[in-house]
Design a protein around this ligand. Structure first.
Ligand SMILES: Nc1ncnc2c1ncn2[C@@H]1O[C@H](COP(=O)(O)OP(=O)(O)O)[C@@H](O)[C@H]1O
Ligand SMILES: O=P(O)(O)OC[C@H](O)CO
Length: 505
């Protein structure tokens, strides 16, 4: 029996290939960034060919470093940035347009028209999502309407759609030479096109965006013994490996953090923040600005759902301090700069660069720094930036409590920002709940490996996975209730100042 499971993690800024052993320990990895293409304000694109080439390169390099071959891998899992939309020609393998990334806001008019035309509530009910630029449906519609020849090709079944999981799966399994056009339920649940109850594409939802059904991939469980196909001999692993796991990256992190019980939650701090709360096999619909999404589906078992709070800008606000304000030289310096002051000095920063996602869903919001006085310094701005990550997460936790009645006794965290001790301490202070980070911080890739390995019996069941989870660090709250609530009250006031700033028609 092979000793390892491989995982491709195709993220917003980079693509990784990671190799895990039976204990869930990382034994190898390689990672490459890809270009962020910003053609105009609010537009964010990636080159799908570059992503495919980097995927091949990271897999080959990671395997090569350990001198491993295809027979050393029991299975391959894939996880991906969600919603990001690729439309390509199945006859040539060429994309018709760059991938339109989840952060891209060019479809704001498409999204705002949905509510005006009375379609918004149908989408909320069937897909569990509020109409927003974030999801794939509007992005597909934009390509169909704006790129010459795509609509006709789509009607014929030649132009096909996928998130980056489908794009890579099609290429890995043969491309023009019989590549499989597939996705999983978690990715499909981010399109505004899948019915959460039937787990199938929904004709009424497709009609809202005028999307031909022939464009769409087959939807499969996240962990699938019959598989997504076989990574070809000529592919990046130099031999055949079954691909048996596929899930969106935040759902993968939920699996990697072993949140298998109802009421367990994780919060991932990367470019944005994504908190998912396992709500079990029953659909919980949000009245407080959260998304209802599929957390995972393991083989034939019933799907497990989650409530999700998606926050567009968290770690990327730290990048903004570095690249635009230039008050820090690297992300880690946000901690030392913020630690120069004892508190935020009255400053609150709402980084609504792409409007506000959960729980507000206001595309007319824009960023604001408020409460400034002459006393304030760069250090207060850095501290307010870290606090903004924590307060946005508190907004989501409050919404989750109201929707589900669940009060967290601990918050499991992961992602790049969790390297910032001060930020994690502030998170515990702002929430009044301990924050806990596991030893294996790469929970996204690990979750994809778990989904793939469960399907082939590399891991017996989820209990075996639970035993692999170990805490590396815990932060406990220091603020008293008065400090916590007065700070949160001012944050809410700051958020109000950002709303309605731009006209989105
Ligand atoms: N020490 C740190 N303090 C604050 N933010 C950090 C730190 N290290 C990394 N980051 C932020 O984390 C993000 C990268 O995290 P990662 O989990 O790799 O994100 P993604 O998967 O979204 O690309 C970046 O936005 C970066 O600014
Ligand atoms: O690639 P990440 O880690 O920034 O995650 C992006 C999310 O999947 C967007 O929904």
């Amino acid at each position: 029996m092979a000793d390892f499971v491989g995982a491709i993690d195709q993220g917003t800024t980079s693509t990784r290939f990671m190799i895990f052993d039976h204990g869930g320990n990382e034994v190898g990895r390689h990672q490459l960034e890809h270009e962020q293409i910003l053609p105009q304000a609010g537009w964010v694109e990636h080159n799908p060919i570059e992503i495919w080439e980097r995927t091949v390169a990271v897999a080959r390099t990671a395997m090569g470093k350990l001198n491993l071959g295809a027979t050393d891998l029991a299975a391959l899992g894939i996880t991906n940035q969600r919603e990001t939309t690729v439309v390509w020609d199945r006859r040539t393998g060429r994309p018709y347009y760059n991938a339109i990334v989840w952060q891209d806001t060019r479809t704001d008019r498409i999204a705002s028209a949905l509510d005006r035309e009375g379609k918004g509530d149908v989408i909320r009910q069937k897909a569990g999502l509020p109409p927003a630029t974030y999801f794939s449906g509007g992005k597909i519609q934009w390509i169909l309407e704006n790129v010459d020849g795509v609509r006709e090709a789509a009607e014929r079944g030649d132009a096909i759609f996928g998130n980056t999981d489908s794009w890579l799966l099609w290429n890995l399994t043969g491309g023009v030479d019989g590549g499989r056009h597939v996705t999983d339920v978690t990715n499909a649940s981010r399109t505004m096109l899948m019915n959460l109850e039937t787990l199938q594409w929904d004709d009424e939802l497709l009609s809202f965006f005028d999307i031909p059904r022939a464009m769409l991939p087959e939807i499969r469980p996240s962990s699938d013994p019959s598989g997504y196909g076989v990574c070809r001999v000529s592919g990046p692993l130099g031999g055949e490996v079954s691909i048996t796991g596929d899930l969106g990256d935040q759902q993968a992190a939920t699996v990697g953090q072993v949140c298998f019980n109802v009421g367990e939650a994780k919060n991932t701090y990367g470019t944005g923040n994504f908190m998912l709360l396992n709500t079990g096999t029953e659909l919980v619909r949000s009245s407080n600005g959260l998304l209802t999404t599929v957390a995972y589906q393991l083989g034939d078992a019933a799907p497990v759902y989650a409530l999700e709070g998606s926050i567009a800008v968290t770690g990327s606000a730290v990048q903004w301090l570095r690249d635009q304000l230039r008050i820090i030289g690297n992300a880690a310096e946000s901690e030392s700069l913020a630690a120069q002051v004892e508190d935020n000095g009255g400053v609150y920063f709402v980084p609504a660069f792409s409007g506000l996602f959960a729980p507000y869903w206001r595309s007319d919001a824009r960023g604001a720094i408020v409460g400034l006085s002459r006393y304030n310094t760069n250090a207060h701005i850095a501290r307010a930036t870290l606090e903004s990550i924590c307060y946005q997460s508190r907004d989501v936790v409050e919404a989750m409590r109201e929707d589900s009645g669940v009060t967290l006794d601990v918050l499991k965290v992961d992602g790049g920002v969790t390297a910032n001790n001060l930020c994690m301490q502030l998170q515990a202070d702002v929430l009044g709940v301990p924050v806990s980070r596991p030893v294996v911080a790469e929970t996204t890739a690990l979750g994809a490996a778990y989904a793939a390995g469960l399907a082939v019996g590399f891991w017996k069941d989820v209990n075996e996975l639970r035993a692999n989870w170990n805490e590396s660090q815990r932060w406990t709250p220091n603020w008293d209730a008065e400090q916590r609530e007065s700070g949160y009250g001012r944050w809410k006031k700051a958020v109000e100042r950002t709303l309605g700033w731009v006209d989105v028609g």
